[in-house]
Design a protein around this ligand. Structure first.
Ligand code: PMP
Length: 292
């Protein structure tokens, strides 16, 4: 049964509520994380907690719990829920304030832990691959809202996602302010060219995905050469393989971009190999384990 923890209290899904004066709602003023539960345990929880604290620090939002307390709260909520596989949404908002922007008026940040079922792409997309388009909406300029912050402001990504939907695509590739490939709307992107795995470097203005980092580790372990670099739309259209990575989607092949097939238009062998290694790793390795 889905449970929601709010500031130390557990609620049923239908009873979990926050104030309409919360600046998370009024201004998107807050940060969040999406975490998977595999084998009844939060996966890579330390990495997610670290990223949440980094995001909060950047926006000067003080989380009213330390890392250990927040980690324990997540573990306790997951235990109450008792799901083997599921999803955790960890949200910290600036809290209720006045109808002005002033964050100083918000003295009670809200810490919310939602444990729920996971919604995945249907199996056919993993077998046949996804169609994507290049969105006209770009990823946030790092000097406007740095994409390294996992903030509650996803409107530009949502606009890109709407473009994708309306064109019959499952996802969108977002470019950055320099016209380079950044990432998808809720996932990082990888290409394969001549046996080399390539992904945009962090300087492209992307979220440092926990899944991205694990895929880089797994590729190195499999002796697949890896390059983190600037990539353009040309690199996508001329790639042999393409896939996206994210906590919810895991590793999903992309086989078409802007109406053109990528490679032979089918999920490629390195994509399959990394997807298998990923599946094996998340389901067989104890939570929080690291390869190094
Ligand atoms: N990019 C964006 C914009 C995201 O929102 C996410 C997370 N949903 C990702 C990449 C993937 O990050 P992670 O692997 O940590 O889920």
């Amino acid at each position: 049964m889905s449970k929601v923890w709010i500031n130390g209290q557990l609620f049923d899904k239908s009873e979990a509520k926050v104030s309409v004066f919360d600046h998370g709602l009024l201004y998107g003023d807050g940060v969040f994380e999406g975490i998977r539960i595999y084998n009844g345990k939060p996966f890579r929880l330390r990495e997610h907690i670290d990223r949440l604290f980094d995001s909060a620090r950047h926006i000067l939002l003080e989380i009213p719990l330390n890392r250990e307390q927040l980690t324990q709260a997540v573990l306790d909520t997951v235990q109450v829920d008792a799901q083997q596989e599921g999803y955790i949404r960890l949200v910290v908002t600036r809290g209720p304030g006045t109808l002005g922007l002033d964050p100083n008026k918000c003295t009670n940040p809200q810490v919310i832990i939602i444990v729920d079922d996971i919604t995945l792409y249907p199996a056919e997309f993993y077998e046949k691959g996804l169609r994507v388009l290049t969105a006209s909406v770009i990823r946030n300029h790092p000097n406007a809202l740095n994409p390294r912050i996992k903030s509650l402001n996803y409107l530009n990504n949502i606009l890109a996602r709407i473009e994708a939907d309306r064109a019959g695509c499952q996802e969108a590739i977002m470019l950055n302010h320099n016209g380079e490939v950044a990432e998808c709307t809720a996932d990082n992107i990888f290409l394969v060219k001549h046996g080399v795995l390539r992904t945009p470097h962090l300087a492209a203005g992307i979220l440092e995905g926990v899944t991205r980092n694990l895929i880089l580790e797994l590729a190195r372990q499999a002796k697949i050469p890896v390059q983190e670099m600037a990539l353009t739309r040309h690199d996508v259209l001329s790639a042999d393989e393409c896939f996206l990575t994210g906590t919810a989607a895991e590793v999903a092949p992309i086989v078409e971009c802007d109406g053109r097939p990528i490679g032979n238009g089918k999920p490629g062998p390195i994509t399959r190999q990394l997807r298998e290694r990923y599946q094996q790793f998340v389901r067989q390795t104890p939570a929080n384990a690291s390869l190094v």
